[in-house]
Design a protein around this ligand. Sequence first.
Ligand code: ZN
Length: 390
Amino acid sequence: MRKEMKSGPFIFFCLVAALWIGCQNHSGKERNGDTLPDTSSAVDSETRSGMDTECSDTDTVEGEFTADPVVITDRNWPENHGEADLCLWKDDRLAAFSFTIDDNTAPEHEWWIARGNEYGFRFTWFVVSGSIGTAWGGSWGDFIELFSLGHDVQSHTVTHLSGELDITAEYADSKAAIEEGVPGAKVLTLAYPGGEGSELNDVEVASEYYIGARGTYGANNPADNIQYMLTNSISGSFNLSELENTYSSLPALLNSESGHYRGWQCMHFHQVAADEASILEGFDYLGNNEDDFWVGLYREIILYARERDTAKLEVVSASENRIVLRLRDQMNDALFDLPLTIKVRVDNEWDNIVVEQCGEAIEYQTQWHNGNQYLLLPVVPDRGLVTVHP
Ligand SMILES: [Zn+2]
């Protein structure tokens, strides 16, 4: 297997620095209701009938509403009953981290499985589909096992850009092969191969098949300006120093004084054996800060951030016995179906709280902060009104 360049960005033109707008900081009091339908009667009839009547929004597109802006702040704790906030990251974690493993690297699967069991983290393999059946490439059975353990299998092209195939085939055929080889896997993201042949990479072609793609520029990704088709990723070595090399510092993601506060760090690994001790320091750091880091699959972090960037959260109504929320986004609902986390402030007296979206119960977490009760709700955008009541 060819060795990839350890660092350095691909020579791509950057994608247009689009204004990735998203959503933060919702307050029922500040909402001006410009696009709100008059839902009071709908809510009343829903209450009377005991059924949700609005069970889906049509697939909303850009321009239909203005997404809430993504603003990097400390965690938000809405003050009043019924106020809600769309969390920057899953489960209101401060920052995100993703482990990714390239080039199949089958001889080390057992090492990763053991670390996953030990730390509770899940990892993403970027698979060279044409290498399946070799000692280094492993078998489909290997990847079926990893997938069954909650790890993920995404694309690293068919041949690692050996030159045998054109770039469309490299991107499209690997996606198809992996989805066939690992039933249930949704191959939505790509890691651009580095090293020899990397000049063949093409962001525009990748965009036709994938919703996100990983480059190898070794820096953190800012939460409010992710270049989805060319995300940054640091080559297999943790920088746990806050003061030096801030561009790759992991602690900087938790430091509100840092320009990287609340960002996402992605790391890519090949063989870990030689650097095991220092890599495990990084695992320990993440494990010791598990309340602050969302250690997620690459695909899920892309889904979350892109939904969030185009989302709008509305408090449709809030009374002393019911709160109704609406969450929409502007992404294709067939692909973008990951729940986003909504934090809602509820009366401290509320207990035995029920949360439903379209008649389906939603499991939620309860948090207390400064003596106030909050719920964290996992909600898929565009699936209808969410009702919260004791
Ligand atoms: Zn590679």
